[in-house]
Structures are given as C-alpha cells and as structure tokens.
Design a protein around this ligand. Structure first.
Ligand code: AMP
Length: 281
C-alpha cells in the first residue's frame, strides 16, 4: 500500500492512475479505524479501481481543545488494517501544516440552513471546519466517488449540499450505519468508554428505536417528551438533543407531512459525546 503525506506527491500519483482510465473512490476519515470505516472502504473498493483513504484529525472542526487532544488515534493499527484489506488502497496521512499551510482556520460556507440545528447548534463552527477540510481534500484527490456514513447524517447532507452548490465533480455515496451486536453505532469514540458505559450507551439506540416504534401511533411532541424522560432517568447520560427532523432540510418537525423523517440523538455518556440517528420509514 502506498502512503503519502504530501500533496505534491499524492497528486501526480493519482493523476497517473486517472490517465490510465482508473476510477477513483475516496473515503475521508479521522482514523482510529473500526468496522464502520471499513464498510465504507470496502464499498469503495468494490465500486472503484483504486480507493484513497485519508486519515487526518481535522483541528478546525473541534470546538473544544481537550476533545481534539484526546481524540483516539492509532495510525500503526490503521495502516495494518488497511494493508490487510486490499492492495488497491492509497493512504493519505498529512499533518496539519500540510493541509493548513496558510493558518489553521476555516473558510466560511453557506449551508442553506442545514447547519441550523443538532450538531450545527451544539458544536460551534463544527461544520465550517468539516466543509473546509472536505473541500480541501476533494480538491487534492478529485475522486469520481466519495463515501460518507449515514451515522453522521447531518454531515452527509451538508457535504451533498456543498458538492452541489460548488459544482464539485464527484458523486457522494451514502453508506449505512454499522452497529455492534447490541445496536451501539460503531464510533472511534467508543474506545474511550468503559464496558459499563458502553452498555449504558446502547440506551441512545434504544431511544431511537422507541421513536421508530411509536412514530405512527404517537405525536412527535409526545415521543420527544418520553425520550427525554427516559434519558434523564440515567445519571450517566447527559442528553444534548433528541430531535425528529426531515431528511432533506433537517428541520425539526412536530408535524408528520409526506416527508422522510429521521430521529437524531446526541449526548454525553460518562463524559464521552456520542451521536446517532435512524430513519423512521
Ligand atoms: P470519522 O473518522 O468519524 O470522521 O468518520 C469517517 C467516515 O466514516 C464518516 O463518513 C462517517 O460517517 C463514517 N462512519 C463513522 N462511523 C460509522 C459507522 N458506525 N457506520 C458507517 N459509517 C461510519
């Protein structure tokens, strides 16, 4: 597997591959790879000739210095995992100076309201940072297809909107959320949870399932009230939000129209912030 850390060396390599007619897939990640990431990478491998995986913990999307410093990282393990999957992977693992040579700051984007609620509301400037890094990486890799997980559904919609608005010549491919046997959505942050906190964290998934079960029989307001009650009963859980919103505009709704809805949840489990969502249709 070829590993690049400089833009000036990965670009000519990818250009050579493209000139030979190869289709390029791209999976941006922040590393500490788990089976969720691997499902995106495997999908890309099956749909493209080569897959670029980037591992970069992006400083501009963190609103909290301690969260950035303690973000899980295990590059050695990541490299051996990637090597074991396929020899059609190209790893891009730059450092901050390479990406932010003109200073560690976000560009400013208009997300047409998609960042108004949920993560956009609870994590200051998070999506400006995400869009900054994704647009930088897309301009370096220029992939035919780029893969994003529904686990971060608001991020996925924001990237779809970015690619559309900026007329970036790539196809955004949605990938389903991979879960543990008990329903807990796989996340790099799960490695920071103790055994009992992991068990406690499955209550986020249970709350989403409760919403799905009751979506046709209860009012949205009632569902939200009951979920908030359920979550506040656990002292280890500090809920940020539980929201039912439509998939297209991500506007919280108390009415059921003829739209596709999802339930979104975010909260701290023993100090570790987790997010999850499921479709309600
Ligand atoms: P991250 O390293 O957390 O930035 O994630 C990189 C990509 O993997 C993003 O597109 C995520 O949505 C996706 N991802 C993370 N966890 C999962 C999961 N459990 N299932 C599917 N995709 C995931």
């Amino acid at each position: 597997m070829l590993i690049f850390s400089d833009i000036s060396s990965i670009k000519p390599h990818l250009n050579k591959l493209k000139k030979k007619g190869n289709i390029i897939g791209f999976v941006p990640t922040m590393g500490a790879l788990h089976n969720g990431h691997l499902s995106l990478i495997k999908k890309s491998i099956s749909e493209n000739n080569f897959t670029v995986v980037s591992i970069f913990v992006n400083p501009t999307q963190f609103d909290n210095a301690k969260d950035l410093l303690t973000y899980p990282s295990n590059i050695k393990n990541d490299i051996s995992l990637l090597k074991s999957i396929s020899n059609k992977i190209v790893l891009f693992n730059p450092d901050s100076e390479e990406i932010y040579s003109d200073g560690i700051k976000s560009q400013q984007f208009n997300f047409n309201g998609l960042d108004e609620h949920m993560e956009g509301k609870y994590r200051q400037n998070h999506f400006q940072g995400v869009a900054t890094i994704v647009s930088k990486l897309l301009s370096i890799v220029e992939p035919d297809n780029v893969y994003f997980g529904e686990k971060d559904f608001q991020q996925l919609r924001i990237i779809e909107n970015l690619v559309f608005e900026k007329k970036i010549n790539t196809k955004v491919v949605r990938c389903e959320t991979l879960r543990d046997f008990d329903g807990l959505a796989l996340s790099s942050r799960n490695s920071k949870l103790s055994f009992s906190s992991k068990k406690m964290a499955t209550n986020l998934f249970k709350a989403l399932n409760f919403a799905k079960e009751k979506f046709n029989s209860l009012d949205v307001v009632e569902i939200e009230k009951k979920v908030i009650e359920q979550m506040t009963a656990y002292s280890e859980i500090k809920l940020d939000y539980f929201i039912i919103a439509d998939e297209e505009k991500l506007e919280p709704s108390i009415l059921k129209n003829n739209l596709k809805y999802r339930a979104f949840i975010a909260g701290y489990i023993s100090g570790v912030r987790l997010i999850d969502n499921i479709k309600l249709y």
